[in-house]
Design a protein around this ligand. Sequence first.
Ligand code: AR6
Length: 170
Amino acid sequence: MQITLVQGDITEQQVDAVVNAANSSLLGGGGVDGAIHRRGGPEILQECRRVRASQYAGGLPTGQAVATTAGRLPARWVIHTVGPVYSASEDRSELLASCYRESLRVADDLGARSVAFPAVSAGIYGWPMDDAARIAVRTVRGTATTVQDVRFVLFTPDAYEAFAKAVGDG
Ligand code: AR6
């Protein structure tokens, strides 16, 4: 598997699947989630509603992942995952690692060969970027998957630097 870092907007990525840093409602929000629904169009929300009704009446649990269409995005699928809200008093890193593992498992089931990830939990959910990057890179490297191209798409230069360091240190 090849890991690539890109500074930019995840909604523009030409990959099989883009991962959304969603919330458990799957009904949209700000950050990456807002951008994906805006650019991908209403088809994504329609399918999210169906997924909620058929599989996750109580919401998608933190650390899990589920796929929908990508609507008008260049990608074929969106894989929605719910990162943990950062806590200084409780170690939730296993839940953050689970987001990456479960997203890759869903990608395998779909037959996706290329997947773009944002820095899950490192925005509105408050996870410190350096730590989020370390967990992301370590988990993706340690997961057995048929995905060949994992692209971390970082929105800011600081986020890009944190991931570059995590890739170099690993
Ligand atoms: N492309 C790539 N990265 C982006 C983009 C983009 N278009 N937009 C933001 N980022 P966040 P979270 C970066 O807040 O912390 C939503 O309301 C951003 O700078 O999107 O997991 C959901 O509905 C940050 O580095 O996700 C949830 O309620 C990273 O993506 C909640 O936010 C993740 O930031 C999830 O919060």
